[in-house]
Design a protein around this ligand. Structure first.
Ligand SMILES: NC(=O)C1=CN([C@@H]2O[C@H](COP(=O)(O)OP(=O)(O)OC[C@H]3O[C@@H](n4cnc5c(N)ncnc54)[C@H](O)[C@@H]3O)[C@@H](O)[C@H]2O)C=CC1
Ligand SMILES: O=C([O-])CC(=O)C(=O)O
Length: 313
């Protein structure tokens, strides 16, 4: 027998799920199974076939199939959950909590049955709380249940810094700590361009404006789209996490992880810098924070606790 390709299942074939499936295939990270509800089986098959028909043009050999049958996800290496409803203008991510908790729970029951050894990445919002729901429903070890927020929030932050300085995005480094809400914590002290700390290049007022824009970056897109939320940058973020895992790259990436004492939190899921590799979350970095940063993190943690406290499913 020859070597086997990686298998990646993407649950939810909407804007983020379909975009993620295509980006995964374009990078040939594995064969992709795109799953949605039975009522949408034909459109899901149609999206997958349409993507396959792009493969001769773009030159990728990954297979993409659409289905509503979780048996097709059997033995997936990575499962990405994008199933659920998205917010519209005027809504907060937290307004989605009970609808999406029910969906994530039912999806996880299927993952547990058909892909018990997989590493699971959760996107559905409110994502810190949905990662908690998934962890409980899956019963997997904590290193294999990972929420996506930090890659996206950091990407927005780095986009705005690069635009402010008119420099390449490739040279911008920074990251965002905390929950995926409007009180997330972009860490200015740890942000640099080409190794130069940004606070030596950008005024305090402009940095504050960039931090605020990052915090409400999801809402900015929701207001512009009018009928849904961001999907290109979220999909790219999921692909970066999947690549780090499947290639065992051991990248240092902020993700939503179960904290068990780190940063003084126990039993809470929140965004922290980690090593992401073949075992999923391989390490959590605990950074020294200033009093102001700790206070901001505590506010963000409070928001995550509050949304978890209203889950009824
Ligand atoms: N964590 C993050 O950074 C981000 C989170 N999101 C969240 O991701 C979720 C998906 O967003 P979009 O793709 O834009 O929404 P969408 O509405 O385009 O797609 C969601 C898909 O999930 C499917 N679905 C619903 N119940 C399902 C079930 N039980 N099993 C399988 N599929 C099911 C729907 O039929 C739909 O096709 C939303 O909750 C959104 O808020 C979106 C962007 C970024
Ligand atoms: O804003 C939303 O609802 C979707 C999301 O999480 C983001 O784009 O950051």
């Amino acid at each position: 027998m020859g070597l086997k390709r990686n298998k990646i299942s993407v649950v939810g074939a909407g804007f983020t799920g379909a975009t993620t499936a295509l980006m995964l295939a374009q990078k040939e990270l594995g064969d992709v199974v795109l799953i949605d509800i039975p009522q949408l089986e034909n459109p899901t098959k149609g999206k997958a076939l349409d993507m396959m028909e792009a493969s001769p043009v773009q030159g990728f050999d990954s297979q993409i199939m659409g289905t509503s049958n979780y048996e097709d996800a059997v033995d997936s290496d990575v499962v990405i959950i994008t199933a659920g409803i998205a917010r519209k203008p005027g809504m907060s991510r937290d307004d989605l909590v009970n609808t999406n908790a029910g969906i994530v729970k039912s999806v996880c029951e299927n993952i547990k049955r058909y892909a018990p050894n997989s590493i699971v990445i959760i996107l559905s919002n409110p994502v810190d709380a949905m990662t908690y729901v998934a962890y409980n429903a899956l019963g997997f070890p904590k290193n294999r249940v990972i929420g996506q927020s930090g890659v996206l929030d950091t990407a927005r932050y780095c986009t705005f810094i690069a635009q402010e300085l008119n420099v390449s995005v490739e040279d911008v480094r920074g990251f965002v700590l905390g929950g995926h809400g409007d009180d997330m914590v972009p860490l200015v002290r740890y942000s640099s361009v080409g190794g130069i700390p940004i606070d030596t290049l950008i005024s305090a007022e402009r940095i504050e404006a960039i931090v605020q824009r990052t915090r409400v970056g999801g809402g900015e897109i929701v207001n512009l789209l009018g009928n849904g939320s961001a999907y290109y940058a979220p999909a790219a973020s999921l692909v970066q996490m999947t690549e780090a895992i499947l290639k065992d790259k051991k990248r240092i990436i902020p993700v939503i992880a179960l904290l068990e004492g780190e940063y003084g939190y126990d039993g809470l899921f929140m965004g922290v810098p980690t090593i992401l590799g073949g075992d999923g979350i391989e390490k959590i970095f605990e950074l020294e924070l200033t009093a102001d940063e700790l206070l901001a993190l505590e506010q963000s943690a409070d928001s995550v606790r509050n949304v978890i406290s209203v889950i009824t499913v």
